[in-house]
Every structure is written in structure tokens, then in C-alpha cells.
Design a protein around this ligand. Structure first.
Ligand code: ZN
Length: 457
């Protein structure tokens, strides 16, 4: 993509927030887990917005050190008193059943039932979210208020679920660009009715893919994966080892719709282009934000950044998982996630990806002293103040550092100017003939070996 156009304005008005929230709301009622029909139904709904390829991997498939588990499906679950009243009802919240619970159907004393109940004593009206993927248990998650109302001696307990050989399901969308090198965007689709942890990342990813699809040209190819957490990324990586060399960088998207400032967690190297792009976009966003170093804990970046895979994949979220009280509870709902927060995160992602698209390297064609900008109409108000002054500073930085060895991101970092200013200045200078794009250097060593070989020594 050689034509330079203005960056996406972070302040530009749009209705994306409402669209993003609508998709979250549509997917919210579905009972997802790491396998099963809830994941399929989620992908089918996504398919209506984006032509995702849906893949099925059989239970028992070996994926690195793991095995694709049996498929879990649930139809109904209840705790009934002996009058037949449902005092806990899966139909009211799918969080009531611990994910991957074994089927149950019998009368039992409260003393036995209590051993299978999980609550949040600090938040008595919230339901916790629990899973038991890799050990065979069953359990109910209830509010502390529901627990204290269980006073009968016996209850009828039912979980109408199956755990049997089937498949792990994931979705994938590939968008080709000028380069076969790819940017990977990954979000997990394995949580039931939880909005921030799960659906916010899915929704932002879907709308990013739709936006990228509308661009007239793309420098990079893009691969979006919608996968169950951990086992899904391990499965995807195991099945796509021959493609990994093409992945230049990427991001895991999760937790983007709640309150709290944006957080970017760096990839394992900490110095990848995506790490620097995210840092500079967030820094110049005009809002509070945080950059964190890599750690081998978190979402699927744990797998993408495992030592044998070592992809340059970071993670963008708002308040990180586990650091807000609503995390993994029924309070992570449609009120917790707002259109404004979703849209702010979506705009930040757009700006980061736009930076990757526009981070070209140029060569100043008039490097012998400063070129005369006034004669070219580029130096209208030197000595002025404010915006025009910073535009001119951006041009001077671009001219000075465009020696074929510095990308526009390098120049933005060195000048402390927003990438957008640097990119806009480069576009003006390119139009005036003062700047030419450095041809792609095969070994990417950075040293200009261009058309004339000028000042490459
Ligand atoms: Zn989670």
C-alpha cells in the first residue's frame, strides 16, 4: 500500500459502538464452552457478518502436549425443591452450571448438594463462573442469596448434559493483502454469558475484519481466529505450524468493553513492531493507558509467545482479567460493557492496524542540506505557532531521518510526535517529490540499497 492517506481519526464519529454492543447482546444468551454447540452457534452468527471458515477437530486429537477433549453439550439443569419448583434454573442463567459438569439426575440431601455449590460471599447477588474442563466433576454456581434460601432437607438435582466424543470447533477468517505476511488477531469464544471476558474481544475482532475488508488495498494479510481459550490456540497452532513463519505479528483481543483504561501487554520480545505501534498509539490517544511487559500468564498470548512458537503477539484489553470484581461473574453483563468503551477500544485497534499498514520507510531525494520547502509551498508559516509549527516539525523530522534506514514509526518515536503527524508529513513530501518509498529490502536489514545507492555508505 504505497498511497498515504490520513489515519483513522480517533475522534471521528460513528455508530460502531452501537453495532459492537448489538453483536455482544446477540451472542450473550448462548451457552458456550471450550467445545459444543454453543461455540458452533456463536460462529454461525458471526458467519452472518463475516465469512469465517468453521473447522472441526475430533476429540482425542493430539495437539502438542495436549489432547482435544470430549465435546460437552448441555440442554437444561435445575435444583428443584420437593414441590417441583426450580430454585436454581439453568434457563435463567447458563452460569448456574459449572462448565463441563457431568450429567446428574437424582434426589440428594442438602448436605451432599452443598459440596457441589459455588458462591461469591462478597457479592451475594452475583453468580460466579466456574469450569472443570480437565477433571470429572459436576457443580452449580449460585448467588449467596440463593444458597442461604436452601433450607429443605432434600432437593432434586438435574444436569441434562453430555460429555462424549465429538469435536472442538473454531473459526478462521483470512484476508489477503499485498504481502503474504500476516497480522494475526485472536479472540476466545469459550465463555458462556460473559460480556467483557469473551464477547467484547469477539465483537471488536469481527468489526475490525469487516473494516479491513473494505479498504481498497492492504499492505499486510490478516488472519482472524475465533477459538476456545488455551486448548483452541494450542489446537490452531498445532494444525498450522507450516503457516507460522508468515505471521509477522498480532494481538489477542479481550476485555475491551468494560470500564478502565486501555492496557497493552507486550509480546515476548517486547520490542516487536506491534509492541511499539500499540505503545505510540495509546500514548498519543489523549487518554490514560498502560503498557505492561510480557509475562507467561494471561490469555492466548501465552501460547503464541511460548518459546517454540515465539510469535510477536501482544494483548490489548481494558482493565486486565482478574483485576476487576465483575471478572468471571454474572456482573460481567450487558450493562458492564458499554458502546462507548467498545468503540474506544475499536478505534484504538484501528489506529494500531493503520499504523502497521502505513509504517513505510522512505528516502529523502534532496539530502544535501535542507531542501527549500517554501518554494514547494510546504513552509508557509514557519515562525508561527501551534498546529502549523508541528506540521513543519514533522516534515523536518521525516526529511532528516528518511535515509532508508528509519521507518515512519522510528521517526515518530524519535521525534515524540504522533504517528499520524509523521505519516501525513511523509504523504505531503512524497507528493512534492522530495521523498520516495524505499524499495522492499529482501533481507530487511534496514540499510538503504535503493535505486541510486545514495548515502548508503
Ligand atoms: Zn475468562
Amino acid at each position: 500500500m504505497s498511497a498515504l492517506e490520513p489515519l483513522v481519526q480517533s475522534s471521528s464519529a460513528g455508530n460502531e459502538g452501537a453495532d459492537l454492543h448489538r453483536l455482544v447482546a446477540e451472542l450473550y444468551p448462548i451457552c458456550r464452552s471450550i467445545t459444543g454447540d454453543g461455540v458452533r452457534e456463536t460462529l454461525r452468527r458471526i458467519e452472518q457478518l463475516l465469512p469465517v471458515a468453521i473447522h472441526e477437530v475430533p476429540s482425542g486429537t493430539q495437539v502438542f502436549d495436549w489432547t482435544v477433549p470430549r465435546e460437552w453439550n448441555i440442554r437444561d439443569a435445575w435444583i428443584k425443591n420437593l414441590n417441583g419448583d426450580r430454585v436454581v434454573d439453568f434457563q435463567k442463567s447458563n452460569l448456574h452450571v459449572m462448565s463441563y459438569s457431568l450429567p446428574v439426575g437424582r434426589r440428594m440431601p442438602l448436605t451432599e448438594l452443598r459440596q457441589h455449590l459455588h458462591t461469591l460471599p462478597d457479592h451475594p447477588s452475583w453468580i460466579p463462573y466456574k469450569t472443570s474442563y480437565y477433571s470429572e466433576h459436576w457443580g452449580f454456581c449460585v448467588t449467596a442469596e440463593q444458597l442461604s434460601a436452601l433450607t429443605d432437607a432434600e432437593y432434586d438435582v438435574g444436569i441434562d448434559a453430555t460429555l462424549e466424543n465429538g469435536h472442538l470447533t473454531y473459526g478462521e477468517f483470512h484476508l489477503p493483502g499485498d504481502s503474504t505476511e500476516e497480522v494475526l488477531i485472536s479472540s476466545h469464544i469459550c465463555h458462556p454469558s460473559l460480556c467483557n471476558d469473551n464477547l467484547s474481544g469477539v465483537s471488536v475482532a469481527v468489526f475490525l475484519a469487516r473494516w479491513l475488508s473494505t479498504l481498497p488495498a492492504r499492505r499486510w494479510s490478516y488472519r482472524f481466529v475465533f477459538i476456545p481459550g488455551t486448548i483452541g490456540s494450542i489446537t490452531w497452532l498445532s494444525r498450522n505450524q507450516d503457516r507460522l513463519a508468515a505471521i509477522r505479528q498480532g494481538m489477542v483481543l479481550s476485555g475491551l468493553g468494560g470500564p478502565g483504561e486501555l492496557h497493552y501487554k507486550r509480546s515476548r520480545s517486547g520490542a516487536a513492531e506491534i509492541d511499539r505501534a500499540a505503545a505510540i498509539v495509546l500514548h498519543h490517544s489523549g487518554r490514560d493507558c498502560k503498557i505492561r511487559d510480557f509475562s507467561p500468564y494471561g490469555y492466548d498470548e501465552r501460547q503464541y509467545c511460548s518459546p517454540g512458537i515465539n510469535l510477536a503477539v501482544g494483548c490489548l484489553s481494558r482493565t486486565p482479567f482478574g483485576e476487576y470484581p465483575e471478572y468471571h461473574t454474572s456482573a460481567d453483563n450487558l450493562d458492564f460493557v458499554t458502546p462507548d468503551h467498545l468503540e474506544g477500544a475499536y478505534r484504538a485497534c484501528q489506529s494500531i492496524l493503520t499504523l502497521l499498514e502505513k509504517n513505510l520507510t522512505f528516502v529523502n531525494r534532496q539530502p544535501m542540506c535542507e531542501p527549500q520547502l517554501g518554494r514547494r509551498g510546504l513552509y508557509r508559516s514557519m515562525g508561527g505557532a501551534g498546529e502549523s509549527r508541528s506540521k513543519e516539525m514533522a516534515m523536518l523530522w521525516v526529511l532528516n531521518l528518511s535515509d532508508g534506514a528509519h521507518s515512519l514509526l522510528d521517526i515518530a518515536e524519535r521525534s515524540s510526535l504522533p504517528f499520524e503527524s509523521i505519516s501525513t508529513a511523509a504523504a505531503l513530501l512524497q507528493q512534492s517529490g522530495l521523498l520516495e518509498e524505499r524499495p522492499e529490502v529482501a533481507d530487511n536489514s534496514g540499510k538503504y540499497q535503493g535505486k541510486t545507492g545514495a548515502y548508503a555508505q
